[in-house]
Design a protein around this ligand. Structure first.
Ligand code: UDX
Length: 435
């Protein structure tokens, strides 16, 4: 089997590499020549644990290669995956499909023989129909099927998520295309991964409904956390107590500063738009989007409260900037709202993140001072705020922290420390949803 993967972003690069690990010949294509050149030197465009080693091993084995030449890559491929970006469109929040459609046109011009065209990018319901129409219009003679095969990869554990997924969803009515897809995922059949075959539109919706449900779950526990603070309950015990009910499940009930990242904010918004377009509004999701947006800003108010009601002229130590640990991704990270609000309120912000500072410089206010490690953010600071739960922030030398800070105050937006222990050490400690 031979496949072409169009787009070497997060999804394309991980998926292409993992398919080659399955023993399939993979050519990854990108228009960005500099990116391809770097990949030739085994320099990854993203930070993902284990990816560079897996890329190197498969390149070495001759199963994985990188090119800017789409035509050559697509020519004899059994399947061509579209894994280009679908960002939120400026202005209206719909997914921007211009990259997907441009890829469809180029694929149409290059394919030979029967080809399965697979949309891996997250695309709104009906996009597969449009991709099919575009290809058919340019190549009335071509033999092809368009399949939806969404990804469910989490940044930081994307390789494991691809190699050992909870399920694979394949949307197509074509028996011929199913056969090709089954062949591509043969290794997962061997480990008895559930593979759901659906219609193309259903598959497209599964991706959005899944991410939206998870975003709802997080937002639910975040609001329960706020209630816990008011009534003197512990949100972790509530989460455990409800999560033991198999119908609810214990995952994705960790409270925090609000969800961020490249998927949840964009996908919730896009689904809300689609639902409105079809006159079937998703009012729950609309509320989730609004609550999550407001929450990120409210987090800055917690810090201001911890500093006695004002941060004007005060220094705040910020630990963690990325939207979650083990990634350098800053997209829609809660830190953007929190840090911006603190600076607007007159604070000096000194920040450290183990991987995300280069990306952060592009998105955070220019006034942020970046430090070489966690402790370097602290001398003279009136409060330390943990925004991202990187492991190294779980194991801080708290005596040292106390000696460095101007006042021993920690706002822990990820609940990585135990309130009683912090009190014993003499910290004013504020966390989420705990007495
Ligand atoms: C998500 C989906 O999990 C994945 O299936 C999809 O393909 C892409 O989007 P990802 O964006 O990498 O993956 O991050 P994820 O680990 O799901 O976390 C998303 C956000 O929710 C983060 O900001 C995280 O901090 C937050 N979160 C997650 C919580 O606040 N609480 C939780 O219990 C879980």
């Amino acid at each position: 089997m031979r496949i072409a993967m169009i787009g070497t972003g997060y999804v394309g690069l991980v998926s292409g590499t993992c398919f080659s690990e399955f023993g399939i010949d993979v050519v990854c294509v990108d228009k960005d020549a500099a990116k391809i050149e770097k990949l030739h030197q085994n320099i990854m465009p993203i930070y993902e644990p284990g990816l560079d080693d897996m890329v190197a091993a498969n390149v070495e084995a001759g199963r994985l290669s990188f090119t800017t030449d789409l035509k050559e890559a697509v020519k004899d491929a059994d399947a061509v995956f579209i894994a280009v970006g679908t960002p939120s469109r400026r202005g209206d929040g719909h997914a921007d499909l211009s990259y997907v459609y441009a890829a469809a046109e180029e694929i149409a011009d290059s394919m030979t023989g029967y080809t399965v065209v697979v949309t891996k990018s997250t695309v709104p319901v009906g996009t597969g129909d449009e991709v099919e129409r575009i290809i058919r219009a340019r190549r009335p003679d071509a033999q092809f099927d368009v399949v939806s095969n969404p990804e469910f990869l989490r940044e930081g554990s994307a390789i494991n998520d691809f190699m050992r997924p909870d399920r694979v969803v394949i949307g197509t009515e074509s028996e011929k295309a199913r056969k090709v897809m089954k062949q591509l995922y043969r290794v997962l059949y061997l480990i008895e991964t559930p593979i759901a075959f659906t219609s193309r539109r259903t598959s497209e919706l599964i991706k959005y409904a899944g991410n939206t449900f998870l975003a709802t779950k997080i937002t639910f526990i975040n609001e329960i956390a706020d209630l816990c603070e008011k009534v003197g309950a512990d949100v972790h015990d509530v989460a455990k107590g409800i999560g033991l009910d198999g119908r609810i499940g214990k995952k994705f009930l960790h409270p925090g500063p609000g969800y961020g990242g490249s998927c949840f904010p964009k996908d919730t918004l896009a689904l809300v738009k689609t639902a409105r377009d079809y006159n079937a509004p998703l009012r729950i999701v609309e509320t989730v989007v609004a609550v999550n947006e407001a929450r990120k800003k409210q987090m800055a108010e917690r810090v201001i409260a911890a500093c006695g009601g004002s941060v004007k002229g005060k220094t705040i130590s910020v630990l963690g900037l990325t939207f979650k640990p083990n990634t350098d991704d800053m997209r829609d990270s809660p830190s953007i709202d929190i840090v911006s609000a603190l600076i607007e309120a007159g604070a000096t912000v000194k920040a450290f993140d183990p991987e995300g500072m280069e990306e952060a410089k592009k998105l955070l206010p220019a006034a942020v001072e970046y430090c070489k490690d966690a402790y370097a953010t602290m001398p003279g600071a009136h409060c330390a705020v943990i925004i991202t739960e990187w492991n190294e922030f779980r194991a801080l030398d708290l005596k040292k922290v106390k000696s460095l800070l101007a006042q021993p105050s920690i706002v822990d937006l990820r609940n990585v420390y135990v309130p009683e222990e912090m009190a014993e050490l003499g910290f004013a400690y504020s966390s989420i949803g705990r007495p």
